[in-house]
Design a binder for this molecule. Structure first.
Ligand SMILES: [Zn+2]
Ligand SMILES: [Zn+2]
Length: 335
């Protein structure tokens, strides 16, 4: 059984030949893409397919023959086929794409809630009193108290401190720190400080600068190397209904600056830290990174469709320094 990479909800079994009851998919017959839409958190999970053209022909046939359109915009349609529902993707401009995939245009199928079950499953059992990233239960009464971590105090991501902590103690921010060489640990409260930079390497015009929690150096990393961890973090901080409210505006903003590549290059020029971006700018950033990741997966025949799943499956137990970082952060929380 596959699981939603964002919230851990179980997705359906296998790739159905046509829209299936109780599940919701989206497909793009022009580019040969298929996603399963999580019934809980509403995020779109790419479905790797070996036989995508044959499969999608079946979907297109079912939609054309038996489909009943429930909701339609110029380039996207929610279609009911028998007892299943599917989103047919045409060539949507960015505002329409933002409204449907990241926004409120698509009516929800079931309840939402919960987060990061896979990451939680990989952790040692939490202390009896639970994790306490705010330090609210410290011996001196919490934040500002003797043992309460104060690192989160100025962070706009305070409300997501727990899931961010669980995420960044489970996965490195980049495969290797250019300075100390171990998988780069990011202190979870430093997610807000991560900033874009112009970078002149061959592969990327945009780089990302972040502080390594092991050696303490600020290092410049290629965007591609940090993209999965960045997408994971953005998935955590922008998973609520307010993020959905700005989905369409985020798409419109991207269209206004001339597309996702121009937007990323612009962030590099400005160099603003993540914590200073407005909500719609962050959602636009997530849209741009998803688009890059999925375009690359498409070039690789859509086989490795979700890079976030890959970093979450990485084996880090052999990296003593990363384990030490993880213990230090989690012990601080539990105590
Ligand atoms: Zn989900
Ligand atoms: Zn380092």
């Amino acid at each position: 059984m596959r699981h939603c990479v964002f919230c851990g909800e179980g997705l359906g079994e296998g790739v159905p030949q046509a829209p299936a009851p109780g599940r919701r998919h989206a497909y793009d017959p022009r580019q040969g893409r298929l996603w399963e839409i999580c019934g809980r958190c509403r995020r779109w999970n790419p479905v790797p397919m070996e036989l995508r053209w044959e499969t999608l022909e079946g979907w297109e046939g079912a939609v054309q023959d038996r489909g009943r359109t429930l909701l339609e915009s110029e380039h996207l349609a929610l279609v009911q086929v028998d007892d299943g529902e599917v989103v047919r993707v045409g060539r949507p401009p960015l505002p329409e794409w933002g409204g449907w995939r990241y926004g409120d245009r698509l009516p929800r199928m079931r309840r939402r809630g919960g987060f990061l079950r896979r990451i939680l499953g990989s952790l040692p059992p939490p202390p009896l009193e639970g994790y306490d990233p705010y330090g609210l239960t410290g011996p001196m009464g919490g934040v500002g108290g003797r043992d309460g971590p104060s690192e989160w105090l100025a962070s706009p991501f305070l409300a997501q401190a727990t899931p961010l902590t669980l995420a960044f103690t489970a996965v490195p921010f980049a495969p290797a720190c250019p300075s100390c060489r171990i998988p780069l640990p990011l202190a979870p409260w430093d997610f807000q400080a991560v900033r874009f930079r112009e970078s002149r390497t061959v592969a990327d015009v945009t780089g990302v600068e972040a502080p390594c929690a092991h050696c303490g150096e600020w290092v410049l990393l290629p965007l591609r190397a940090v993209r999965p961890a960045l997408r994971l973090g953005l998935g955590i901080v922008d998973t609520d209904d307010r993020a959905r409210e700005v989905g369409e505006a985020a798409g419109a903003g991207l269209a206004q600056v001339g597309g996702t590549e121009r937007f990323l290059a612009g962030l590099g020029r400005i160099g603003a830290p993540l914590g200073e971006l407005a909500r719609d700018e962050r959602v636009a950033l997530a849209m741009a990174l998803d688009a890059e990741a999925e375009a690359e997966a498409l070039e690789a025949e859509w086989r490795e469709a979700e890079e976030i799943a890959a970093i979450m499956d990485e084996e880090l137990t052999a990296v003593a320094d990363f384990q030490a970082f993880r213990a230090r952060i989690l012990d601080g929380l539990g105590g």
